[in-house]
Write a protein that binds this ligand. Structure first.
Ligand code: SF4
Length: 318
């Protein structure tokens, strides 16, 4: 399979009264067609900013975004409309991302009306197919978002994202605001849709159990930077970065005897405003030493397993 998305040295900075916020700072990422890359990290680490920058909800500060082999970093209006058909986003909170004055049918049909030359009958037919595809009962087509439960609202958001037959979807915490029982239904729906339609996902979450369920490959982000990247099995069997180890130690296991000791992170979080060179995790890292003040590149430590840590070999006795 070829890479559908390739990101090189992507940066997204914001000016603030106190300085420049390095929300996404020199990120490289590739996603193979038909696969799911899980992007994890604490809230505020830049993962949603990265997702929104990739689909051009905001412009990048620097770097390159390639989609299906084409450079899509800077797009004019016409190119943007074409890109929108291929790259969509599903948001965390379907309640705030859906227009409360529109019915389910209007919401799903809107991209078809605005971005295609389909006629009325064709649009009606397509929206019915989309409702079937995501499991929304037809009787709900004239309902408003506030009349639906959270799971159905998210299904409407998914149907709208699928309306233009995209190849790629950024799923930005799509189950975080749902009850646990509904979370599994939506995750399974997204996985079924991927199989049926050959979709490629960037799946953003702070929940390691969710990322384990859905991803093929996992990237861990910390304060705007990638600090560990590898396939799912390697990440869960043998996490190498101290921050990833702490994230994984917080996942409850069914077998209490097999529960690893929880690693509590202490120390203050570095500021993303004009950060100093060196490891951004240093203030919280139990292994920090003088060398950690030097810039720390993401390096292939084992085949296909990339880590940004000066002391990764000593810590893991590799
Ligand atoms: Fe910890 Fe240093 Fe590695 Fe950063 S570079 S994770 S501070 S040991």
């Amino acid at each position: 399979m070829s890479n559908l998305l390739e990101i090189e040295h992507l940066k997204k900075y914001f000016k603030s009264a106190r300085g420049t916020v390095h929300a996404v700072d020199d990120v490289n990422l590739t996603i193979e067609e038909g696969k799911t890359v899980g992007l994890v990290g604490e809230s505020g680490c830049g993962k949603s900013t990265l997702g929104r920058t990739i689909v051009h909800l905001q412009e990048s500060t620097d770097g390159v975004i390639r989609f299906a082999g084409k450079d899509v970093t800077h797009l004019d209006k016409k190119q943007m409309l074409e890109f929108r058909k291929n790259a969509q986003i599903i948001f965390q909170d379907p309640y705030s991302s859906l227009d409360p004055r529109q019915t389910v049918q209007d919401i799903i049909q809107e991209p078809l009306r605005l971005l295609t030359d389909m006629g009325k009958a064709e649009i009606e037919k397509k929206s019915e197919e989309l409702m079937d595809l995501v499991g929304i009962e037809k009787r709900l087509r004239m309902s408003y978002p506030h009349e639906l439960d959270g799971g159905r609202r998210q299904r409407v958001g998914i149907a709208r994202a699928l309306a233009l037959n995209p190849k790629f979807i950024v799923c930005d915490e799509p189950v975080s605001s749902l009850d646990v029982s509904i979370q599994a239904q939506i995750l399974n729906l997204l996985m079924d849709l991927q199989d049926q339609l050959g979709l490629t996902y960037l799946f953003i979450t702070h929940d390691m159990s969710v990322v384990r369920h859905i991803s093929d490959y996992i990237c861990v982000m910390y304060l705007g930077q990638m600090i560990e990247k590898t396939d799912k099995k390697s990440l869960f069997d043998k996490p190498l970065h101290p921050y990833t180890k702490a994230l994984l130690s917080a996942i409850p296991t069914v077998d209490i005897d097999a529960q690893p000791e929880r690693i509590q992170l202490k120390g203050e979080i570095n500021s993303p405003i004009d950060p100093k060179p060196g490891c951004r995790f240093a203030k919280r890292c139990p292994y920090a030493q003088h060398c950690c003040h030097e810039p720390v590149p993401l390096t292939e430590v084992e085949p296909g397993h990339f880590v940004a840590c000066h002391r990764v070999k000593e810590i893991n006795q590799l």
